[in-house]
Design a binder for this molecule. Structure first.
Ligand SMILES: Cc1cc2nc3c(=O)[nH]c(=O)nc-3n(C[C@H](O)[C@H](O)[C@H](O)COP(=O)(O)OP(=O)(O)OC[C@H]3O[C@@H](n4cnc5c(N)ncnc54)[C@H](O)[C@@H]3O)c2cc1C
Length: 378
């Protein structure tokens, strides 16, 4: 385990803000990662793991305790899966996009639409990363978790992580701790062997992004390159030369509201129904069965509404910034709060609060931040 001179988190996060921790460890092997965490837990020391730092807003003050940088790498093809599918086990610190590139080279489908998302593989399940209609929940089989409650390593099936829209039991949402505390050491994905030829492109969102009609086909490599180009146009691929990418991606989550509330929003506001809740499988105990099976109960699904639309229609267009502030909205994407050069976390938080207030007074809902906030109040 390598203890290194603590570096400011401004150098290790994509928003380029954040103070310096008391101690910093670079864990390059799984054993180093486990030892560092178990030592911190035994000593009762405050701790935090950082992967690519692309979903973090860290405050300007010194960070208490130890920051452990997850730098483990490796992809292992697991034996024993048949029927045109292949399982990969990936170490937590492996670069996510390098993993996606590998799957595309190997002709494996399932994560190609998530090309270009920054960060590490181990952080991907934390908020169930997703893009263009594809989410990791569709391919994740299990994770190896070092559990803080027991101090031991456990194999946790994906279903037990309760992956939802940018959430899981491991994610710290603003104002709430994680429901389960632990660190992912590796994850296992199950992907479909489709090879290098064309195959039907699934999902309306992805087809729209690729400019394709229903029933259209493409190769994995085509999907990856088109997704990367589309993301780059929106400043959603990290680029040192482009301050529009000095961000944590989308800063606010698309808001999930009731169908009734959604009807109060202007009709032009883009919205997507969450999956309908239909009680399809019911078990009627034989003793209670009277020969009648009631039709399934269908509830009006909640609706996801576009946070970018709400921000822009609250009068805060792309490129907006407060007077004298070095934080501003990306000039390409109204959802990305960016560091225009030497901004502090305080300036980013001030902009975030201003946006929340404007959207709330215009539309009556409070946008929730997507990144994990450490030492920052909104
Ligand atoms: C330009 C840009 C575009 C983006 N686009 C998308 C997108 O399209 N879709 C999307 O979903 N996200 C997107 N994001 C957000 C971000 O890239 C993802 O959430 C990513 O998975 C974060 O990985 P990371 O390694 O950088 O995590 P970090 O920022 O290092 O950490 C995030 C949180 O996860 C915790 N964590 C990290 N590693 C582990 C681990 N091994 N075990 C347990 N906890 C851990 C950290 O403690 C922290 O709480 C984007 C970000 C940027 C900057």
């Amino acid at each position: 385990m390598t203890e290194i001179a603590p570096r400011p988190l401004a150098e290790l996060t994509t928003l380029r803000v954040g103070g310096t921790p008391e101690r910093m460890i670079e864990a390059r092997t799984r054993d180093e990662l486990v030892d560092a965490l178990q030592d911190a837990w035994a000593a009762g020391e405050p701790w935090m793991v950082v992967g690519g730092g692309s979903n973090l807003l860290v405050g300007d003050e010194p960070v208490e305790g130890v920051v452990i940088l997850v730098r483990t790498t490796g992809i292992e093809v697991l034996p024993g899966v048949q029927g045109g599918r292949r399982r990969l086990r990936v170490e937590a610190g492996h670069d996510w996009d390098a993993l996606v590139a590998y799957t595309v080279e190997q002709g494996l489908a399932g994560v190609e639409a998530m090309s270009g998302i920054p960060g590490t593989a181990g952080a991907a399940p934390i908020q169930n990363v997703g893009a263009y209609g594809q989410e990791i929940v569709e391919t994740l089989v299990e994770v190896e978790l070092l559990d803080e409650a027991t101090g031991g390593i456990e194999t946790v099936p994906a279903a037990d992580l309760e992956l939802g829209f940018r959430t899981s039991v491991l994610k710290q949402h603003y104002g709430h701790g994680a429901r389960r505390s632990g660190v992912i050491l590796s994850l296992t994905l199950e992907l479909e062997e489709v090879g290098h030829g064309v195959f039907p492109v699934r999902g309306t969102q992805l087809r729209q992004a690729l400019g394709m009609d229903a029933g259209a086909a493409a190769t994995l490599a085509d999907i990856r390159s088109t997704v990367l180009a589309t993301r780059a146009r929106k400043g959603m691929v990290l680029d040192d030369a482009d301050p529009d990418t000095y961000s944590a991606g989308s800063f606010f989550q698309n808001a999930v509201v009731s169908a009734a509330f959604a009807r109060t929003l202007p009709a032009e506001c883009p919205r997507w129904p969450m999956a309908p809740v239909i009680d399809q499988t019911r078990i009627i105990p034989l003793a209670a069965y009277d020969g009648v099976v009631a039709p399934p109960v269908s509830v009006q699904p909640d609706v996801k509404v576009s946070a970018a639309w709400l921000i822009e229609h609250a009068g805060l267009g792309k490129g907006f910034h407060l007077p004298r502030s070095r934080a501003g909205l990306s000039t390409k994407h109204a959802l990305a709060l960016t560091n225009r050069g030497h901004a502090t976390a305080g300036e980013v938080a001030e902009l975030a609060r201003y946006i929340q207030q404007r959207v709330q007074s215009e539309f009556g809902l409070i946008l929730q931040p997507e990144p994990v906030l450490v030492g920052v109040e909104l």
